[in-house]
Design a protein around this ligand. Structure first.
Ligand code: NDP
Length: 327
């Protein structure tokens, strides 16, 4: 496992990391979560991602109980969480980055995780109704109080991030240091156009999500929907259409011959492809069972095999940046 700097911070993160969206609580109890986290940690993972909204707070509880069971030295791993959607319907409690919500939010997350601090606290989405100064000041205070080491953004536009950085610089506050964008063979828009220039100029970190497009790129949906897969879960019907889209499946099928040539699985090839992007700090992987963790962690060994020629062949299948513009 290699370690990359998180943007321009002094912190180094494992190039592959592990997150709990969909899986913790819904598909994995504390024992299963601990088993998967241990498999990732043993492979060199030091970055574990969560969010307040995952399973309505219960994903943080599961990770907290798993950490208690695993008894790892706190300095040996990083835990991240995110706030935006909230856990209640009150007018000031959902879809917001207001000061009250952020501070109440981090306190709740720490309680559920059983930790004194998280390593990165993300604003899970931009909030166009709260003044950016208010959000930046609250995130700064949370860091000053020792409740988070760094803060970041998730799915913010480059212009929104620059605005937050400028406010922080103007007032000598802690700046956001990393984005958490989607990034996989089907969704690459966060690393083209305005973003490419932004990541280069600002040295902003990128902890990317859904490397398998929710499992689609593992090839598991080529023959229909497996009973034990994400697409079959109650409450995730909205994903089904995307995971069974014929045009997308044809591309996954076409990728299979390249995986065979390289002697790896489709999942390993798809995750390895994300690692080739120099702007990526860590690729956050997900898994519903430990065998997937073992398989996915081997992607780090496949990445060096992706020569410019192989990358060009992959681009030919997925349409490169052109498809992004069409989407
Ligand atoms: P992926 O796209 O990699 O999907 C992971 C899912 O694919 C697994 O839960 C499993 O689902 C299936 N899978 C994984 N590995 C394999 C394999 N080798 N073979 C077959 N199936 C496999 O990642 P996620 O969408 O889970 O995202 C990863 C993390 O990113 C999240 O946990 C979260 O921390 C973060 N994230 C952040 C977001 C944000 O807005 N900031 C949004 C979404 C995610 P199954 O077995 O059930 O089919």
């Amino acid at each position: 496992m290699e370690y990359r700097h998180l943007g321009r911070t002094g912190i180094r993160v494992s190039e592959l990391s592990f997150g709990s969206w969909v899986t913790f609580h819904t598909q994995a109890d504390v024992d299963a979560a601990a088993e998967m986290m241990a498999a990732a940690y043993d492979a060199g993972v030091n970055f574990f991602d969560n969010a307040e909204a995952y399973a309505g707070g219960r994903s943080e509880e599961v990770m907290g109980s798993a950490l208690k069971k695993l008894k790892w030295r706190r300095g040996s791993y990083l835990v991240t969480t995110k706030i935006y959607w909230g856990l209640h319907d009150g007018v000031n409690e959902k879809n917001t980055l207001n000061r009250k919500r952020l501070i109440e939010g981090i306190n709740g997350s720490l309680q559920r995780l059983g930790l004194e601090y998280v390593d990165v606290l993300y604003c899970h989405r931009p909030d166009h109704t709260t003044p950016i100064e208010e959000t930046v000041w609250a995130m700064h205070n949370i860091i000053e109080w020792g409740k988070a080491m760094y803060w970041g953004t998730s799915e913010w536009s480059a212009a929104e991030i620059v605005q937050a950085i400028e406010v922080a610089e103007r007032h000598h506050l802690h700046k956001p240091v990393t984005e958490q964008p989607v990034y996989n063979l089907f969704e690459r828009h966060r690393f083209s156009g305005e973003y490419e220039r932004f990541y280069r100029d600002y040295g902003y970190g990128a902890t990317t999500w859904s490397p398998l497009a929710s499992g689609l790129l593992s090839g598991k949906y080529l023959k229909g929907i497996p009973q034990d897969s994400r697409a079959a879960l109650k409450g995730y019907e909205w994903l089904k259409e995307r995971l069974t889209d014929k045009a997308r499946l044809a591309k996954v099928q076409a990728l299979e011959s390249i995986a065979q040539e390289l002697g790896c699985t489709l999942a390993q090839l798809s995750i390895a492809w994300c690692l080739k992007n120099p702007f990526v700090s860590t690729v956050i992987t997900g898994a519903s069972r430990v065998a997937q963790v073992h398989e996915n962690m081997k992607a780090a060994e496949i990445a060096p095999k992706l020569t410019p020629e192989i990358l060009a062949r992959i681009d030919a299948i997925f349409g490169g940046k052109k498809e992004e513009e069409d989407e």
